[in-house]
Design a protein around this ligand. Structure first.
Ligand code: GRG
Length: 300
């Protein structure tokens, strides 16, 4: 949590600067789209994904690695934010509130919300390509590929489609394997890309990147289980959510398949397995180990 808090201001400033640069020179033509992009970027996210990028970069490249990884950290938060904007749309979960605030389409309309999400997605790639400094261009290209893969058919978009297809199906029809596939792609893929991008720009070896990939896959699944558990245990007022399609449609979740205690134990198991992937780094991986714990101990 200390690391999250320490990085938050720098990440927020870098996000603002990236949006400013993308509309330079500012003018009335870009005022609406920039406002819609900034609205969701500034709406109070925990910044877990950028923290993962910066912590992975710090492990392999210290302070210089973190500085080189800031554009990637900003990019993963842009991708995350666009996925939330699109997830809240009437065609998807149809939520009016996120983080206690009106969702993007409630404020700007569905049309602008879709386009603000698209613009954030495009900016993520533009920003990594233009703003990453002092890094071997082959590593930058590799990060762009990793980001693309985590968004596409075997990433957020594919995971979301599988999730939509599982709606309304009973427990017997959506197996643990299907649920794990959905969340490996819908949730874990971006956390994996966040960690891998940070490690890659900081000069990690292929072996290191594979360790980070295994760690973040397990952390990502634990993150989704924790999210499902919080959906059951926290009141909707605390979560700042309205009853959108998510709640209305019968969705299979980890607590439904495993029970609350079973889901909590599975998340703990995954976090322990994630931490074990980093044993080789000893104390140097402390921040990544702490982030893994935070993911299941968080209250929102
Ligand atoms: C990427 C092209 C493209 C489309 C998006 C809508 C969609 C496809 C995917 C849905 C992805 C999604 C909403 C996954 C849920 C992930 C999740 C658990 C989000 C909550 O993350 P937190 O807790 O949120 O980090 P904060 O509010 O802290 O930022």
């Amino acid at each position: 949590m200390k690391f999250l808090a320490a990085q938050k201001d720098a990440v927020d400033a870098a996000l603002d600067a990236a949006v400013d640069a993308s509309i330079a020179p500012p003018g009335p033509e870009t005022a609406t789209i920039a406002s819609a992009m900034r609205y969701s970027l500034r709406a109070g996210g925990k910044r877990v994904r950028p923290a993962l990028t910066l912590a992975a970069a710090s492990l392999f490249g210290g302070e210089a690695g973190m500085a080189a990884a800031m554009p990637s950290a900003v990019a993963v938060e842009m991708i995350h934010t666009m996925s939330l904007i699109h997830d809240d749309l009437p065609a998807m979960d149809n939520d009016d509130l996120r983080r206690g605030l009106p969702t993007n389409h409630i404020v700007y309309g569905e049309d602008v919300a879709i386009l603000a999400g698209d613009a954030l997605l495009a900016l993520a790639f533009e920003h990594v390509a233009k703003a990453t400094e002092g890094v071997d261009p082959r590593r930058v290209v590799s990060v762009l590929g990793v980001l693309g893969a985590c968004v596409g058919a075997r990433g957020l978009a594919g995971g979301q489609v599988m999730d939509l297809e599982s709606e309304g199906k009973g427990d017997g029809e959506v197996t643990m394997d299907t649920l794990t596939w959905i969340h490996t792609h819908k949730t874990a893929a971006l956390l994996v890309a966040s960690a891998v991008a940070g490690a890659t720009v900081a000069g990690a070896s292929e072996e290191d990147v594979e360790r980070l990939r295994s760690y973040a896959t397990k952390v990502g699944l634990a993150f989704q289980i924790a999210d499902d558990v919080l959906d059951v245990t926290a009141s909707s007022a605390v979560l700042g959510k309205t009853s959108g399609k998510d709640e209305a449609v019968n969705k299979v979740t980890y607590p439904r398949l495993l029970g609350l205690d079973g889901a909590r134990s599975r998340a703990e198991e995954l976090v322990a397995e994630a931490k074990a992937c980093l044993d080789v780094y000893g104390d140097k991986a402390d921040v990544l180990l702490g982030l893994a714990d935070f993911i299941i101990e968080r209250s929102n």
